[in-house]
Design a binder for this molecule. Structure first.
Ligand SMILES: C[S@@+](CC[C@H](N)C(=O)[O-])C[C@H]1O[C@@H](n2cnc3c(N)ncnc32)[C@H](O)[C@@H]1O
Length: 1003
C-alpha cells in the first residue's frame, strides 16, 4: 500500500513557528525548563509544530484518505466556530492543507497550547491521521525519542496525544523525563502539594537546626548572600615582612544601578596607604601562617572612579599593597596545593537585608559572620569523622581544562566546588527527605514520585550554592547559578546564598518555583501513555517496527559534554537515593554518570580521557543509533532529526551517519530558536537556527534495506542547482540567511543524493559523501551570490569581491542591524585559559567553511592573502582599515602579499596614524591621487579609506579623474557591501559615505 506524504514533507510555516519559539523564551511561569537545567533544551513550540506536521498527512496527497480529509475539515471548522477565523471550504484539499498548517502555527503559541479547545482538536486530528496508517483506530501512534534530554519532545508528544517512549543515557535526564512524562500527568497536583509540604517542613527545620550558621547581625539585618574571594600569597620578593594575602577579585563592583551603585575599595589611612590586618590563617593544605590582609571598605553611591581595580587579570594577580603581580603559573601552583581554594577563601562582603525596609545593602563581614564560618568548619570535621563519604569525594575530570577549569587549579573531587558551609547545607538537604517522609507517612504509591520531585528542589538549591556561583552586579543583584555557562569555569570571587533567607534562590523560593511548575503543568491530562527508560540510543529496547515516528535531538557533535556537566548533580543524587531501594537507587548506583556510550565528539575537549571519541567515533556510534532507530520505525514511518553546528566536519559526520544508517532525507526545515541576535553573530558565524532533517527509511516493502539503487552522478549534479535555486528564495523570504541558510541547504541537497543506495560516476567509481557535499557548498555559494547581486552577472566581479560578499553574507543573521549588545548575564570569568576578550577585528569563519565557499566561487584563499588571514582552523576577512598599507603603501601595492608575516604596523600605530604616515611618505595625499588598486574591491576599499580619513578632495579625484566612479559595477559592489556590512561597523559607515558622493559627482 502507498502512503501519503506527511505535511512536513510538503510545507512548514517556519517563520511563524520560529516567532512562537522565540516568544517562548520569555515565558517565565510554568515552563518545564524551570524544573531543572538541561543543556540544549528544545523549545516546546518547535517540538509541537514538528510532531504534528510529522504525523499528519498532506491532505492534497492522492494517497490521503477521504475520511481523514472529512474529519480534519470538521474538526477545524468546529474550532473556527468556537474561536473565530475563516471557514474551511469542504473538498478543497489545498485549503485544508493551509488550514492544517495554520492550526500548527496557532498551536505553537504558548497560550493556545494550554487550552482544551486546541489540545482536543489536535488529539482528534492526530487520531484521524493515525487511522490512515494503522488497522485499529484504538491504537495511538508511538513516538520515540532516544536522546530525550530534558524531555521537550516527548512532553509535547503527550500533549498531541501519542504514546511516548523516552530514553536517554544520562540518569539526570532520565529522572527529568520520569517526572514530567510519568508522574506529572498522573499525580501533578498531589506532587506539587507534597513538594510544598516538604518545603515548609524543611524551612522550619532549617531555621531550628541551621540558623546559627547564618546568623543575623546585631542590628537584626539578615544576610542574604556572602561574597568570597579565593586568595594567594603575593610572591613579591620582600622576605622580611609578613606575607600579604591577596584576595582574587575580578571587579570591585557589587551593584551597578546608576546613582545607587555600590562597590569596594581598599581601606587607606590618612597617608593614603592601604591598611592591613595581621591574621593567622589555616590553609586547606594544613599550613598555618601569619599573613597581612589588605582591608576593604564598601562604597555606596559609587562611581567607577571611586573604586579600585580588581586584583585578577587573565589569571595573574596584582597585590594592591606592593603592586607586585604574581604570574598566572604561580597563582595556579598556590591554588593547586589548596584544592582550588574554595575551603580557605576570604569572606569579603556580606549582602544583607535591612531589618526595617528589607532593602539590600552591603557590609564588610563582622565577627558574627567569621564565628559562623568557624562553627561550620567544626561541624564539617565532625560530619567527616562520622562518615568520610558524606560529601561528594568522587573525582573531577582532571584533564578537561577546556570546559572544566577547577582541576587545573587543584580541585580534585566534586566537594572542592563548595565551601564547607555549602557542603553542610547540601548534605543536610539530602538527608531531609527520609526524615520528613517518615514523619509525613507518605503512601507507597506516590513516595517515589514525591522523592523525585523533591530532588528537583534540592538540585536547584545546590546549583545556586557552590563556589561556581558568582554575584551578578548588573541585573537585580543576585546569585548566578553554577551553570551560568555550559562549563565549569574557575570563579575567583564566588558567592554563597543564605538558603534560609527570604531571598531569591533560597528554600522558599526554590520550593515555590518547582511546585508552581508542577501545578501549572498538571492540566495536561494525557490520553496516551509514556514510558521512560535509561538506555543508550545504540541499543533501544524496543521491537522492530514498533513506532510511527522517531523524533529526536541528538547531541550536537561536541557542543556539550553532557555527562561531565551532569555529574555535578549526580554525585549528590547518588547519596539522596541511597537509602531507598527503589528505581532511582539503581539509576544512581554508579560512581558517576555513564560516559562510555555517550555520543559526543569529546577528543577535542579532553584528549586524555576521551582520545577515542573522535569525529569518526561520533559518526560510527551515531550511525549505530540511527540504524537502531530505523529498525524500530515502521516501514511507512518517519524520522525527524534536529541538528545545529557551525562546523562543517560536524555536519559531515552526522549526515554520513544518517545515510549509512539507511535513511533517505526527504525535507529539511530551519527553525530559528535564538532570542537575541548578538553582536558577535556579525563578526563570527553563529547559528540562529536548528535544522530539522526529515527522513524516511530506505527500505523495501518488507522492511529490508535497499542496497542496489544506484544513482548516476550526472543526474545528481544536474538536479542539484535546480533544487537549490528553488529553495534559497524560500529561505530568504522566511528570513533565513547566512550560515543558517547554507546549512539549511544541506537538506535539499541531500534529498537528491540520499535516495540512492550509492551514486556512481560514468567510470563506475562511487561518489563519496564528502565529494558531493563540496558540490553542494559550491552550488549554494553561487546561488547566494546571485541573490546578493540581485541578478547582475556575478562573473563580472573579481574573485576578491565575490568572496567578500559571500563571506559577509555567511555571517549575516537576517536582521538589518546587529546593534544588540551581548547579554550581561553571561558574565565571563577571566581565567587565563581563554583568549583576551579583545574586540574581534575583521570577520571570522571556520577555515573549512571559508575554503569551501571560496572553492565554490572559483576563488583561491592562497591568492588572497592581502584580504584573508588564515590561522589554524580559523580564517579572518581583514577589516578594511587593516588593508590600508597593502592598498596605498608603495612596496605593498607592488606586492600585496609582501610583509604579511610581519605584525601589521596598523596594530601598532592605529588606522589614522597609518594613513598620515603613508601620506607623508608621498604615496598619496590631499592633492595627489593614490595609484589605482588592482581590483574593483581594492578600489572600493581605497575609496572607503579616503572617505574615512576625510580626504574629500582626493576621493573626488579618485572617483572622477581616475575614472573609478564611471564603472557601474563599482557602485553595484558598493551597494551590495553596504547591505552586508554590519550596521555598527566602520565599513558600513565608510561605504555609505562613498555611496553618498555618487549623485553629487554625477554618476
Ligand atoms: C541535544 S540533547 C537532547 C535535548 C532534549 N531534546 C531537550 O529538549 O532537552 C542530547 C541528549 O542526548 C543524550 N545522549 C548522548 N549520548 C547518548 C546515547 N548514546 N544514548 C542516549 N542518549 C544519549 C544526552 O544525555 C542529551 O540529553
Amino acid at each position: 500500500m502507498e502512503y501519503p506524504k506527511r505535511l512536513i514533507e510538503v510545507d512548514l510555516p517556519i517563520k511563524k513557528i520560529s516567532e512562537a519559539t522565540r516568544q517562548e523564551k520569555n515565558i517565565r511561569h510554568g515552563h518545564i525548563s524551570a524544573l531543572h537545567i538541561w543543556w540544549a533544551r528544545r523549545p516546546l513550540a518547535a517540538c509541537r509544530a514538528v510532531i504534528c506536521a510529522s504525523l499528519w498527512p498532506d491532505p492534497a496527497d492522492q494517497n490521503c484518505s477521504d475520511s481523514f480529509r472529512q474529519t480534519a475539515t470538521m474538526l477545524l471548522s468546529e474550532l473556527r466556530d468556537k474561536r473565530g477565523g475563516k471557514p474551511i471550504k469542504p473538498d478543497n484539499v489545498l485549503e485544508l492543507r493551509n488550514a492544517l498548517l495554520n492550526f500548527i502555527v496557532e498551536f505553537s503559541n504558548w497560550d493556545n497550547a494550554a487550552t482544551s479547545d486546541y489540545i482536543d482538536t489536535c488529539r482528534a486530528i492526530t487520531k484521524a491521521a493515525n487511522n490512515i496508517f494503522e488497522e485499529s483506530s484504538e491504537i495511538n501512534p508511538l513516538i520515540v525519542d532516544p536522546f530525550a534530554g530534558g524531555g521537550a519532545i516527548p512532553f509535547e508528544a503527550l500533549r498531541i496525544g501519542t504514546d511516548v517512549f523516552a530514553s536517554d543515557l544520562n540518569p539526570i535526564a532520565v529522572l527529568l523525563n520520569k517526572i514530567i512524562l510519568e508522574y506529572l500527568p498522573v499525580h501533578g497536583t498531589v506532587l506539587a502539594k507534597e513538594v510544598r509540604e516538604w518545603g515548609t517542613w524543611v524551612y522550619a527545620k532549617s531555621k531550628e537546626e541551621l540558623s546559627s550558621l547564618y546568623p543575623k547581625h546585631n542590628d537584626d539585618s539578615i544576610p542574604l548572600a556572602y561574597i568570597w574571594a579565593r586568595t594567594i600569597i603575593s610572591e613579591a620578593p620582600d622576605k622580611d615582612k609578613i606575607p600579604i594575602e591577596v584576595p582574587l577579585i575580578k571587579s570591585m563592583w557589587l551593584a551597578q544601578k546608576g546613582k545607587n551603585s555600590v562597590g569596594m575599595k581598599w581601606k587607606r589611612n590618612h597617608n593614603g596607604k592601604i591598611e592591613t590586618e595581621i591574621v593567622n590563617v589555616k590553609y586547606a593544605n594544613g599550613k598555618q601562617i601569619k599573613v597581612r590582609r589588605p582591608l576593604l571598605e564598601i562604597v555606596n553611591f559609587a562611581k567607577k572612579s571611586d573604586l579600585d581595580e580588581g586584583t585578577v587579570k587573565r589569571g595573574s594577580v596584582t597585590c594592591p599593597v606592593s603592586g607586585y603581580t604574581t604570574p598566572v603559573t604561580s597563582v595556579r601552583e598556590q591554588l593547586k596545593k589548596r584544592n582550588g581554594g574554595s575551603f580557605d577563601a576570604r569572606l569579603c562582603v556580606v549582602v544583607l537585608s535591612h531589618p526595617r525596609n528589607g532593602k539590600k545593602f552591603y557590609q564588610i563581614p563582622s565577627q558574627i559572620d567569621i564565628n559562623a564560618m568557624e562553627k561550620a568548619s567544626k561541624l564539617y570535621s565532625q560530619m567527616m569523622l562520622k562518615d568520610n563519604r558524606c560529601f561528594p569525594d568522587e573525582q573531577m575530570p582532571a584533564s578537561a581544562s577546556g570546559y572544566c577549569a577547577p582541576p587545573t587549579y587543584g580541585a580534585k573531587s566534586f566537594s572542592d566546588l563548595f565551601n564547607k558551609r555549602q557542603l553542610i547545607f547540601a548534605r543536610w538537604l539530602i538527608d531531609s527527605f527520609d526524615r520528613w517522609s517518615e514523619e509525613r507517612n507518605l503512601s507507597k504509591k506516590i513516595r517515589d514520585a514525591v522523592q523525585a520531585s523533591i530532588a528537583l528542589v534540592i538540585n536547584r538549591l545546590i546549583d545556586s550554592n557552590s563556589s561556581q556561583c558568582w554575584w551578578v552586579t548588573i541585573h537585580g543583584e543576585t546569585v548566578m547559578r553554577t551553570f551560568g555557562r555550559q562549563a565549569y569555569p574557575i570563579i575567583w570571587d564566588f558567592s554563597e546564598i543564605n538558603p534560609l533567607a527570604d531571598s531569591s534562590r533560597g528554600i522558599e523560593e526554590s520550593t515555590d518555583i518547582i511546585a508552581k511548575t508542577l501545578e501549572y503543568n498538571a492540566y495536561l491530562q494525557p490520553t496516551s501513555v509514556a514510558t521512560t527508560l535509561q538506555a543508550p540510543a545504540q541499543k533501544i529496547p524496543l521491537p522492530h517496527d514498533a513506532c510511527s515516528a522517531l523524533i529526536t535531538d541528538p547531541p550536537y557533535y561536541n557542543a556539550i559534554p553532557y555527562s561531565d556537566l551532569a555529574d555535578f548533580y549526580y554525585v549528590w543524587l547518588s547519596r539522596y537515593f541511597k537509602s531507598n531501594n527503589n528505581w532511582f537507587h539503581k539509576l544512581f548506583s554508579e560512581t558517576l554518570s555513564p560516559k562510555n556510550e555517550e555520543i559526543v565528539e569529546m577528543s577535542s575537549w579532553d584528549s586524555q580521557r576521551y582520545s577515542h571519541k573522535t569525529n569518526k567515533w561520533y559518526e560510527n556510534e551515531m550511525s549505530k543509533a540511527l540504524e537502531q532507530g530505523r529498525l524500530i520505525v515502521k516501514p511507512h514511518g518517519i524520522m525527524v532529526l534536529v541538528f545545529a553546528h557551525k562546523k562543517t566536519s560536524a555536519w559531515e559526520a552526522l549526515i554520513s551517519a544518517v545515510i549509512s544508517a539507511g535513511w533517505i532525507i526527504t525535507a529539511s526545515w530551519p527553525i530559528d530558536t535564538e532570542n537575541a541576535r548578538r553582536l558577535r553573530a556579525q563578526r563570527s558565524a553563529t547559528l540562529e537556527s536548528s535544522i530539522h532533517l526529515v527522513c524516511r527509511p530506505r527500505e523495501n516493502h518488507d522492511g529490508t534495506l535497499i542496497t542496489n539503487y544506484v544513482g548516476d552522478w550526472r543526474d545528481v549534479l544536474s538536479e542539484l542547482p535546480k533544487r537549490i535555486h528553488e529553495w534559497m528564495p524560500r529561505l530568504s523570504a522566511e528570513g533565513v540567511v547566512g550560515a543558517d541558510a547554507i546549512f539549511a541547504c544541506l537538506g535539499p541537497g541531500l534529498e537528491i543524493f540520499s535516495r540512492y543506495s550509492s551514486v556512481e560516476k560514468a567510470s563506475g567509481e562511487e561518489v563519496t559523501l564528502k565529494e558531493y557535499l563540496e558540490q553542494v557548498w559550491a552550488v549554494v555559494a553561487k546561488e547566494a551570490l546571485n541573490m546578493i547581486f540581485e541578478g547582475a552577472d556575478t562573473s563580472g566581479f573579481e574573485e576578491d569581491a565575490r568572496l567578500t560578499a559571500m563571506w559577509l553574507w555567511t555571517l549575516s543573521t537576517g536582521t538589518t542591524n546587529g546593534d544588540e549588545a551581548p547579554s550581561d548575564d553571561e558574565e565571563d570569568e577571566d581565567d587565563e585559559e581563554k583568549s583576551p576578550k579583545a574586540k574581534l577585528s575583521g570577520y571570522e569563519l571556520e577555515y573549512d567553511a571559508a575554503r569551501k565557499i571560496a572553492q565554490g566561487l572559483g576563488a583561491n584563499l592562497e591568492h588572497l592573502q592581502n584580504l584573508v588571514e588564515v590561522k589554524g582552523d580559523k580564517a579572518r576577512l581583514l577589516p578594511v582599515s587593516e588593508r590600508t598599507k597593502a592598498l596605498f603603501g608603495k612596496e605593498e601595492a607592488e606586492s600585496p602579499s609582501a610583509n604579511r608575516k610581519k605584525k601589521s604596523p596598523q596594530l601598532e600605530l592605529g588606522f589614522m596614524e597609518e594613513v598620515v604616515k603613508l601620506e607623508q611618505e608621498g604615496s598619496w595625499g590631499q592633492k595627489n591621487v593614490p595609484h589605482l588598486g588592482n581590483t574593483r574591491l581594492d578600489r572600493l576599499h581605497q575609496s572607503m579609506i579616503l572617505f574615512a580619513a576625510s580626504r574629500g578632495e582626493a576621493l573626488k579625484r579618485f572617483l572622477v579623474e581616475e575614472g573609478v566612479g564611471r564603472d557601474q559595477k563599482f557602485w553595484k559592489l558598493a551597494q551590495a557591501l553596504s547591505a552586508l556590512y554590519p550596521s555598527i561597523s566602520d565599513e558600513k559607515r565608510w561605504v555609505d559615505g562613498v555611496l553618498a558622493r555618487k549623485k553629487g559627482l554625477g554618476f
